[in-house]
Design a protein around this ligand. Structure first.
Ligand code: F0G
Length: 461
């Protein structure tokens, strides 16, 4: 123990526990084969540590649970909606907000309002549902993340940054008729939960202004992004996170939000914006897809939990613990020589499956093979972010093999202890020590859209 370093103790006490069950190796062998080597098909009761996602899997505070008991379930004009709206205006600076049942529903409302067939959406990196929603509107999703963002082992402070030059060139060549708005995902989930710097955000804003298009943030992990700016960007060390959040969002015309992440709730989302005109256009679709604009597919109590969660997520003690726990797991793995995406991001540690299993070609889904092996070894469920998730090119029908072939070990918020992190690290290290013996996988059933959720695979013999 290095006592010269501060101990990153959890800034909460545990008031309620949920038992988790350990399975035997033989049981897990049988279960994963029955699940078609797809971890989405496992029952959660058969998982010891579930790192599938940080989405909706966090623990709410006693204050949030108390808010649940104060739900006003009126169809229209619930008092919880007004608390929610006021919180968003104060915290993020947007006067108009439409609650939605989760993040992708906000994407659906926004894209239905603004995107036409054949148009293109530039983003640093689209999350998979965002890309799928763009394509559902017969648009094209284009990624403009900076080059270092695509090199797993390259250490840089803001690997979520947009490549400004490339974006500017693209906008100059295509114009606002082709690209009607720009998006920026903070933090950038698809390359490791990597943050975007304030300087880069300003740069994206300048490009949006130059080409006369609005800029929307995908805000799912905005507080984690703000904390990285405080820690890493010159000039922000003394700035309160709340102020950093306000400044970040001041450069956006609106945002989509999956509240299941940085609003610390189990379900919810929203679409927020500055323009009343856009709001009036968007509520037409929101009513159709989600419900009346003061509940948007949620219960009044959910809106209250979101309002309270949004206040808690910007507390600096919370963020120090949160980012610190993810970094702790990353450090344990890095010290053991396990190849991970560096530096660790905000919500997950990403194993670099290309370097972990160099003997497996991308056609054999190395990251999925590794995910399966972690379950077999220790009952840990991670998630593949690689060739399986990337799917096929809609034009050529060919498998896409992305630059990054990763397994994401996603840490739910306020849910697991650091001892759990040590257990996860041990599981990964055990697999790493016998990595040469791990074989690949092939598809036996492949649905046409978002295939990773429901496909079935088998070991390559
Ligand atoms: N945007 C980002 C950056 C996300 O990470 C997600 C969800 C969404 C949008 C969609 O939000 O799930 O509430 O509809 N990410 C989850 C994940 C599912 O596991 O990373 P949603």
């Amino acid at each position: 123990m290095d006592w010269s370093k501060p101990v990153n103790a959890e800034p909460f006490r545990i008031k309620m526990v949920e038992p988790v069950r350990m399975t035997s190796r033989a049981e897990r062998e049988r279960l994963i084969a029955a699940a078609g080597y797809n971890l989405f098909a496992l029952d959660s009761k058969d998982i010891f540590i579930d790192l599938l996602t940080d989405s909706g899997t966090g623990a709410m505070s006693d204050r949030q649970w108390a808010g649940i008991m104060q739900g006003d379930e009126a169809y229209a004009g619930s008092r919880n909606f007004f608390h929610f709206k006021e919180t968003i205006e104060k915290l993020l600076g947007f006067p108009y907000v439409i609650p939605t049942h989760q993040g992708r529903a906000a994407e659906n409302v926004l894209f239905t309002t603004l995107l036409r067939e054949g148009q293109v959406v530039p983003n640093n990196m689209h999350f998979d549902t965002t890309k799928a929603h763009v394509e559902h509107k017969r648009g094209k999703a284009r990624n403009f993340v900076c080059p270092e963002g695509l090199v797993a082992e390259e250490v840089a402070d803001f690997k979520g940054n947009m490549d400004l030059e490339k974006l500017d060139r693209f906008m100059a060549e295509n114009g606002k008729e082709t690209a009607p708005f720009i998006m920026l995902t903070i933090t950038c989930n698809s390359n490791g939960g990597q943050p975007v710097s304030m300087e880069n955000i300003r740069g994206v804003r300048r490009i949006a202004d130059k080409h006369g298009v609005p800029l929307f943030f995908d805000c799912a992990r905005f507080a984690e992004n703000a904390y990285f700016i405080k820690e890493r960007e010159p000039g922000y060390a003394q700035t309160p996170v709340r102020e950093i959040v306000r400044e970040m969002l001041s450069y956006a015309d609106g945002c989509t939000m999956s509240a299941k992440k940085d609003a610390l709730v189990n379900i919810g989302g929203f679409l927020a914006m500055r323009s009343e005109e856009l709001y009036q256009q968007a509520i037409v679709w929101a009513v159709l897809f989600e419900g009346f604009p003061t509940y948007g597919g949620l219960a009044g109590r959910d809106l209250e939990a979101m309002a309270r969660g949004l206040q808690e997520v910007v507390e600096e003690d919370y963020l120090r613990y949160r980012i610190g726990q993810v970094a702790y797991l990353g450090a344990l793995l890095n010290e053991a020589g396990v190849p991970i995406v560096l530096p660790t991001g905000g919500h997950a540690v990403y194993l670099d499956a290309k370097r972990f299993l160099p003997h497996l070609p991308p056609e054999q889904f190395p990251a999925q093979a590794l995910t399966v092996e972690l379950y077999r070894e220790g009952g840990v469920r991670g998630v593949e972010i690689g060739s399986l998730l990337a799917g096929r090119d809609p034009e050529t029908g060919k498998n896409i093999h992305p630059e990054l072939e990763m397994v994401r070990l996603t840490i739910p918020r306020r849910t697991y202890t650091d001892r759990h992190m040590e257990y996860v690290a041990q599981t990964v290290v055990n697999v790493f020590q016998r990595r040469e013996s791990i074989g690949g996988l092939e598809l036996v059933h492949e649905p046409p859209v978002l295939r990773h959720f429901t496909c079935r695979l088998q070991p390559v013999v």
